[in-house]
Design a protein around this ligand. Structure first.
Ligand SMILES: [Fe+2]
Length: 246
């Protein structure tokens, strides 16, 4: 069995309205979560809908270009890869591209009782803006034991946004992420700049590059390898089903 899905960037059809293009991808994989690939042309601005704490969370992951986010009276400058989590519907939200076209991933997902309880316990203040260069580096045990050199980073830690987490993995070839399985995690990978590696999940082996997106359902063994001239570079986003089963 294999429910692994991949979206190839070469299939991205961009159509702009007022300098903004958004394409929902992999809709069939996990319909409750919306994944959109967005492009905002240099100088263009876009207002975004906001959702209540009862309704949906949203995450903006900026992968290239520059610009700024205005959330209520606060301004966040995007000058490198970074992640923004708005404070639900407490602020009006506007994103403006700078002198380069801006590309970002817009994720929204439902909030349930588990999300609300975990976030209440964490006392996690929003909005939150995290530059990748400031993300906390960590090493998973299977990575250390296998001798892999990839650098793993936590961008959105467990419980801080309920069941939703995000991280970043980077490694120059030759390198690898050993095969492993998460029993309760639905997992998306977003390949970043220069990515050129092989992703093996379930019974599929896929050559992936910048802009490709994969979906791997929970309980599926997966791992990555890159050769001497390859490059592992991706953001992962996960939805933890552990509490759904209780
Ligand atoms: Fe994994």
């Amino acid at each position: 069995m294999s429910n692994i899905s991949i979206f190839k960037n070469e299939n991205l059809k961009k159509e702009f309205t007022d300098g903004f293009c958004t394409v929902r991808i992999l809709e069939e994989t996990c319909p409750e979560v919306s994944i959109e690939l967005c492009t905002l042309k240099a100088g263009a601005a876009k207002d975004f809908e906001t959702y209540s704490f009862e309704d949906r969370m949203q995450i903006f992951t900026f992968t290239s270009g520059n610009g700024m986010i205005k959330a209520g009276k606060k301004i966040f400058v995007i000058d490198e890869q970074s992640v923004f989590i708005p404070d639900f519907d407490r602020d009006r939200l506007k994103i403006t591209a700078g002198d380069e076209d801006m590309e970002f991933i817009h994720i929204t997902g439902p909030m349930n009782d588990t999300d609300r309880r975990q976030m209440d316990h964490c006392q996690y203040v929003l909005p939150r803006f995290v530059k990748f260069s400031e993300a906390i580096q960590y090493t998973e045990r299977f990575t250390q034991e296998s001798g892999a050199k990839v650098k793993q980073h936590s961008v959105i830690a467990g419980r801080h946004l309920g069941r939703y987490t995000m991280g970043w993995v980077i490694g120059k070839g030759p390198d690898f992420v050993g095969q492993h399985t998460h029993p309760s995690l639905e997992q998306w990978y977003f390949m970043l700049g220069g990515a050129d590696f092989t992703y093996d999940a379930g019974d599929k082996s896929m050559a992936v590059k910048e802009g490709d997106v994969s979906f791997t359902p929970h309980g599926t063994s997966h791992g990555s390898t890159c050769k001497e001239d390859g490059f592992i570079n991706y953001v992962w986003f996960e939805l933890n089903r552990a509490w759904d089963e209780v």
